[in-house]
Design a protein around this ligand. Sequence first.
Ligand code: GH3
Ligand code: MG
Ligand code: MG
Ligand code: MG
Length: 315
Amino acid sequence: MLQSLGESPPYPILVVEDNHFLRHVLCNMLQEDGHTVTAVADGVAALEHLRQQPCPIVITDWVMPGMDGLELCRAIRSQELECYTYILLLTAQESKADLITGLEAGADEYLIKPINEAELRARLKIAQRILNLERSLKQSLEELKHLSVKDPLTELYNRRYLAERLPQEIKRASRYGRNLSLIMLDIDHFKAVNDTYGHGAGDAVLKICAGVLQEAIRQDVDWAARYGGEEFLLILPETDHAGALVVAERLREYFAATPLQIGELGISITASFGVSTYPHDRRGPLGAEVLLEAADRALYQAKKTGRNMVCSLPL
Ligand code: GH3
Ligand code: MG
Ligand code: MG
Ligand code: MG
């Protein structure tokens, strides 16, 4: 949603002005309007400040000793900053040619001295609108990124992400001689959950299971994906086969012993597990599909041998 004017608090401003009196007047006025203001006396100090702390709005004088306003505009525009810097150039120059030079150096707007406060405020409203626009675009981009890799029901990673990331994990394990384990699990007789309690309760069970999986793994190292309807995959870097079997067995026990609470209902489920491992001493990489297939065969074995079980097969 695009934010409308006035909804966002005033943005911080960096004032760059060598004239002490004018700097003081500007700072007071901007602070009264609710901006957080930092003031410096020349372009070099401004750049140094921006390097340490990006600032969305810069109001800069043109003529200053050392680095002047034009050079500052060019320097800011030549940098890769994480957010847009709106630059308002203050100038005593009134000729069209000079003003065009200022804009071409990278200023978004100019204001001719002596400064008219109402005009300055109006210009800052434009800055606020543009910066709001940038912010909402960034938010939308983040949301889109999130949507493109996450399963909407469980909030776990989706198959698309898995297809992209798993080969990278395998390559990494291969390069550094590390273990990498997969746990594939499938809820037993899940169809019966839907049939008995309804599809809504079935969805709720899937969500809770996903939450349990997410909690059970090491944050920021391991990750979980929804592999199919009621099938999940845990990816455990730096984990050997024995370690992965322990994790799977612990989860199996938890599910078997803990009814999932959905409103008033306590729904008991079990799950079957298949474990596969890329061993640290294996030479050369391995296709992701080989590792997935091994986990899938092990899971099939667990289903065939009675469910509520952890199985593993050699690669
Ligand atoms: P098994 O022990 O052999 O795994 O039996 P199962 O019933 O779990 O397996 P089956 O593959 O026969 O059925 C899976 C069921 O999962 C059928 C499908 O409707 C249900 N399912 C898949 N995705 C979803 C979902 O997003 N929500 C709900 N509620 N059910 C789903
Ligand atoms: Mg000056
Ligand atoms: Mg199932
Ligand atoms: Mg299944």
